[in-house]
Design a binder for this molecule. Structure first.
Ligand SMILES: [Zn+2]
Length: 222
């Protein structure tokens, strides 16, 4: 059985020399201030629950934790952590309709999904294999309807090749798309702005800042 925990904190690996403990970027490229200057998004009634694979937490390219940081109506469950007690009883929110966002689902997320109670988007966050495993695990414990994004959502900046969403989307991009589908462009734009900051910082840390402006290629990091 997977050993899991609902984690409020920590959502970051141990401190590394020369790295900012907040954003993990090299100190000279820290973008914490830029992120904290973004207003938190209270406008949406929808809830986002990120199920982040434990190994994903140690990756600087993980974007799910940033979603949690800027959406007050969100929480994080870490999947597969060691030496912790599983606590999934609080996953499903009684005042929301749960939907599991996963590519390939027969059903497509649509604006009509918000008829009734607000949504709880449950989003597995990891590479393809991890996300598939987490989805199977979730499906064995709860009957959560699966939805995928409408076709055509392509990553603006592909920061990793192994993303599990269509079009090479990072988790934060997928959620930004979802909020646009749900008719919440402000939340969507907010997440996009944050994602641009993440990409800009990552490029700078790799000495590739000049490529930011020309980053129309979906394979910016190869
Ligand atoms: Zn920082």
């Amino acid at each position: 059985m997977e050993r899991t925990i609902r984690a409020e904190l920590p959502l970051q690996p141990p401190p590394l020399p020369g790295r900012c403990p907040g954003c993990f970027a090299r100190e000279e490229h820290c973008f914490c201030e830029a992120v904290s200057s973004l207003p938190s998004q209270n406008s949406t009634e929808h809830w986002v629950s990120l199920v982040i694979h434990a190994r994903e937490l140690n990756r600087t390219s993980n974007t799910g934790r940033w979603v949690h940081r800027c959406l007050p109506r969100s929480d994080v469950f870490v999947f597969g952590g060691k030496n912790v007690t599983p606590d999934w009883n609080r996953l499903l929110r009684s005042d929301h309709q749960p939907l599991l966002l996963f590519p390939g689902a027969a059903r497509t997320l649509s604006h009509q999904d918000i008829e009734g109670a607000p949504l709880q988007l449950i989003v597995p966050d990891g590479n393809w294999r991890q996300a598939a495993k987490m989805t199977r695990w979730l499906a064995t414990h709860w009957e959560i309807p699966k939805v995928s994004l409408p076709p055509g959502a392509i990553s603006t900046f592909q920061i990793r090749k192994d993303r599990h969403h269509e079009g090479g989307l990072a988790t934060i991009e997928a959620i930004a798309h979802a909020f646009r589908v749900l008719g919440e462009p402000d939340v969507s734009s907010h997440l996009w702005t944050l994602f641009r900051q993440l990409v800009q910082s990552t490029l700078a840390a790799r000495g590739l800042q000049d490529r930011f402006a020309e980053s129309t290629s979906p394979a910016i990091f190869g």
